[in-house]
Design a protein around this ligand. Structure first.
Ligand code: PLP
Length: 379
């Protein structure tokens, strides 16, 4: 059988990896500044992560959500403690899109309404409602377009208010920093205003922390830079360091009932142990502080590079904006310099989403490689 050909692929096959290094099948080493799309948080093959998963699979890997599973409550307790959301409730699923799908569904149950406000250039996943609130017509089929979504520009509170006044909106969904869209973020006044409008109009505020969460930006959640408290927070990517897991953290005023949400695989033993060990490593190795420090160092160095118009993002969720499209630059970085980086909807933006373990050495290696690729005559 052939694979369904939906991904344009680089001609590299990683077969081995440790920390921020990926090795291909010929033994060539690559510096991973992409983390498999912001997924690798505590580093490839971290010994504590590997040991925890091995130990768990030898005991039990899976059973359904019809029986007790204390690894779920251990994960919920640790997540509550490290994120500062102890009083919230955790529902576990398997991916970022599924997290947002459940967040939107819950908002609709809670309010009895169905229209969703989201933002220009936002990305929330590829499933039914998640893709409908994603600002990309190309990935929305006629089926998805049946959903009731309204897109607004960032930082335009009056436009949001106008929509909420219509009294048919169940949720506002927003990324604290846009990932796929290209690292733009709302102002603090905008986020605070959104929070107030949602409270005033009884609309659920969903913060999509699928990419920015789990310490990537130098705080546990990126929205914590804005001093707001969402009603629902969606999480995935860095949560499992590569093991598929997602979830939503739900404010106490949204009450559950049996059957309201559900999943077969979500919250399985292996996924919970993966996420729990990620949290333990984030804590013991101070990786959230490291993300902030290393990100600040990157910013100070990168802005001096030739052709760089802007350095965007926070912590280790970063973007370099050039005055040209970066697809050839990414190819040169992979094939000539052996460094993985990412792209964005904004074709002039190079995205940097490394494991949170990297430091100055890796940043210096990247800066040197970029200088070489950007101005080869000067080397
Ligand atoms: N939300 C955000 C902010 C994302 O960046 C992504 C993926 O890139 C998703 C949701 C979808 O996550 P997944 O690919 O795990 O479904």
């Amino acid at each position: 059988m052939k694979l369904f050909d939906v991904y344009p692929l680089y001609d590299v096959e990683p077969v081995n990896a440790y920390d921020s290094i990926v090795l291909d099948k010929n033994g060539v080493e690559y510096l991973d500044l992409y983390g498999g799309h912001a997924v690798i948080s505590v580093g490839h093959g971290h010994p504590h992560y590997v040991k925890s998963l091995k130990k768990q699979i030898e005991k039990i890997g899976f059973y359904s959500n019809a029986v007790q599973n204390s690894s779920q409550s251990q994960l919920a307790d640790k997540l509550g403690e490290l994120s500062g959301y102890n009083e919230y409730q955790l529902f576990l699923c398997n991916s970022g899109a599924e997290a947002n799908e459940n967040a939107l569904k819950l908002a609709s149950f809670y309010t009895g309404k169905s229209r969703v406000i989201s933002f220009n250039n936002g990305f929330h996943g590829r499933t039914s409602a998640a893709v409908a609130v994603t600002d990309n017509a190309k990935i929305n089929s006629p089926l998805n377009k049946q959903q009731n979504a309204t897109f607004l520009p960032l930082n335009e509170l009056e436009l949001v208010q106008k929509e909420l006044e219509k009294d048919d909106v169940c949720a506002v969904i927003i990324e604290p920093i846009q990932g796929v869209g290209g690292l733009d973020e709302g102002t603090t006044d905008f986020f605070k205003g959104l929070e107030k409008l949602c409270r005033d109009y009884n609309v659920v505020l969903i913060l999509d922390e699928v990419q920015a969460g789990f310490g990537r930006t130098g705080k546990f959640f990126a929205h914590q830079y804005q001093g707001i408290t969402p009603d629902i927070i969606s999480i995935a990517k860095g949560m499992g360091n590569g093991f598929p897991i997602g979830g939503i953290m739900i404010a106490p005023h949204i009450e559950p009932s049996y059957g309201m949400l559900g999943t077969t695989f979500g919250g399985n033993h292996l996924a919970c142990v993966a996420a729990l060990s990620v949290l333990e490593i984030l804590e013991t190795e101070n990786l959230i502080d490291n993300a902030k420090l290393t990100g600040d160092y990157f910013m100070s160095e990168a802005i001096r590079l030739p052709g760089v118009k802007k350095v965007k993002g926070r912590g280790l969720m970063l973007g370099l904006e050039f005055d040209f499209e970066v697809s050839d630059l990414r190819k040169k970085l992979i094939y000539d310099e052996h460094i993985f980086t990412g792209g964005a909807m904004n074709k002039k933006l190079l995205r940097i989403l490394p494991p949170l373990t990297i430091g100055k050495v890796e940043i210096d290696q990247f800066i040197k490689a970029l200088q070489k690729v950007l101005v080869p005559e000067k080397i």
